[in-house]
Design a binder for this molecule. Structure first.
Ligand code: GLU
Length: 513
């Protein structure tokens, strides 16, 4: 690639960043790194009405959590700033002036009432999609139909106006999309988009194009929902005289609901019991509260790997890639055209894989906050060992608690159904003897415990199935869980014996009833 690769992630801070937006950030990041390019963050906050406090911080926290730190952006440095559009208002004004001078844009004074009246009139004519376009602009109140003098007067009098793009008549706009191939629009399909609003702020189209040009963006990689706008964008580049430096476009496929039916929306989180945001979001009202992948117990590495494969794959059977590896293998030509189904089971599978690869000490640090929230503060040494025992069965970090709370607090509930099936008074004597034997052991390691308990079972004419399940229930309350001898080792002698004694007393009481 001869041109310097510069890409941007350009979210609008209108609420929590949807997981689809995170995928867009990821693909931009991967593409930039693959080509030794630059990954910029640009905050598109020109729509004051939709601006939400905290949304920019949320975006930055998400990128930091996932390791997708921008090279340039607000708070990150860079020579092309400011990177917040609300701080670039004068720039857009200046370029709007350019377009007016070139005769590529015009003032429009139509009030909301006039536009509504026109819409109604068109509807009465059977035309339900009124467009301010080459046809209707000739009958509206704008600098194409009013005299220069009249226009000057209205502006001087402070009358509100917008500036619109003059879409050329009977023309065709064509561009090559790196995912979708050639895309063509007839200008008759395109309306004269507002570029500068009555409040003096630019619209998305205007600010986006000017910034992409001034920030020397080489590739625009964004969601498919922006494909219909790209016709206007290409026209804008041409109108400015920037036809030679139009960036390459790559429109990413939609992310579909888990059932494959339609686009994944933020409401699908509650509907399908899945996270659709990267981090927890707490808005101003009760309904504006969403859990995130992080709070569900996902590791950032798993989210990265899962999202990378949501609309792309390397063309091999390999599925596990770190961020660094993805930076090497990623390419735009392997992005799929069709929508990508959000498969939550797959996300869990990835997380399981990464939990196995994560060092026990790191897992211990990750799950300690969860234990603290339950008022528990086990020693580091114990916690690290428990993580090592439990991880094989965990898909989410929260599973460490779901599957192993009994490690950290006393058993809350015993599997009494199995106790009733297996316990008898005769066993009481055996268990008392076993307790005494365990108590006499010098070291308390899993292999030693295993030979000791098995020898005891044989010597007393018992069966494994009579003793081991009960031992397990005594320690954990349940028959599920890591190996019984490993568990005993991690608990150590005194906790192990205390649990067995307590359980034996309880089992006796239950079966006597
Ligand atoms: N601000 C737009 C968004 O919120 C950016 C679209 C684009 O990348 O051009 O997604």
């Amino acid at each position: 690639m001869s041109q310097k690769v510069r890409v941007r992630f350009a979210p609008s801070p209108t609420g929590p960043l949807h997981i689809g937006g995170v995928r867009t950030a990821l693909y931009n990041f991967l593409f930039a790194k693959k080509h030794n390019g630059v990954f910029c963050l640009r905050i598109e906050d020109t729509d004051q009405a939709r601006y939400v406090e905290g949304a920019e911080d949320y975006i930055k926290e998400t990128l930091a959590w996932l390791g997708l730190e921008p090279d340039e952006g607000p708070g990150y440095g860079g020579e092309f700033g400011p990177y917040r559009q609300s701080e670039r208002k004068e720039i857009y004004q200046k370029y709007a002036g350019e377009l007016l001078k070139r005769g590529k844009a015009y003032y429009a004074f139509d009030t909301q009432e006039e536009l509504d009246a026109r819409r109604k009139m068109e509807a009465e004519r059977g035309n339900h999609t009124f467009k301010y376009d080459a046809y209707s602009r000739k009958e509206m109140k704008n600098s194409l139909t009013l005299s220069d003098e009249e226009v000057g007067k209205r502006i001087a009098a402070g009358e509100p106006y917008v500036i619109r793009l003059l879409v050329p008549e009977n023309d065709t706009v064509t561009f090559e999309d790196l995912v979708r191939g050639q895309v063509t629009f007839e200008t008759s399909e395109l309306d004269d988009k507002v570029l500068i609003k009555a409040d003096g702020m630019p619209t998305y189209h205007m600010a986006n194009i000017i910034d992409d040009h001034l920030m020397e963006i080489s590739h625009v990689i964004r969601g498919e929902e922006w494909l219909p706008s790209t016709g206007h964008h290409v026209l804008l580049y041409k109108a400015f005289g920037w036809a030679d430096s139009i960036p390459h476009f790559a429109h990413l496929p939609l992310i579909l609901k888990p059932n494959g039916k339609g686009k994944l929306s933020k409401r699908d989180g509650a509907k399908f019991g899945i996270p659709v945001f990267p981090l927890e979001w707490n808005g101003n009202n009760e309904l504006d509260h969403f859990p995130g992948f992080r709070e569900y117990g996902f590791l950032p590495e798993a989210v990265i790997n899962f999202l990378a494969f949501l609309g792309w794959n390397p063309g091999t059977d390999e599925e596990l890639f770190t961020l660094e590896q993805l930076c090497e293998v990623f390419s735009l030509d392997k992005i799929h055209k069709g929508g990508a189904r959000f498969d939550f089971e797959k996300a869990r599978w990835y997380n399981h894989q990464y939990i196995q690869q994560t060092d026990d000490g790191e897992l211990a640090s990750l799950i300690r906050p969860m234990l603290k929230a339950h008022g528990l503060n086990p020693s580091r040494d114990f916690l690290v060992k428990v993580c090592g025992l439990l991880k094989e069965r965990c898909h989410l970090l929260s599973d460490f608690w779901e599957n192993g709370a009994w490690f950290f607090e006393e058993v809350k509930e015993y599997d009494l159904e199995n106790v009733k099936k297996r316990w008898n008074t005769e066993l009481k004597g055996h268990f008392d003897k076993l307790i005494a034997e365990l108590d006499s052991m010098q070291s308390f390691d899993a292999p030693g415990l295993e030979s000791k308990v098995k020898a005891f079972i044989n010597e007393n004419g018992l069966k494994m199935g009579q003793v081991l399940p009960l031992l397990r229930i005594a320690l954990a309350g349940t028959m599920k869980g890591p190996g019984v001898f490993e568990t005993m080792e991690v608990f150590g002698k005194s906790e192990t014996l205390a649990r067995i004694k307590k359980a034996v007393a309880l089992f006796g009481g239950i079966t006597d009833q």
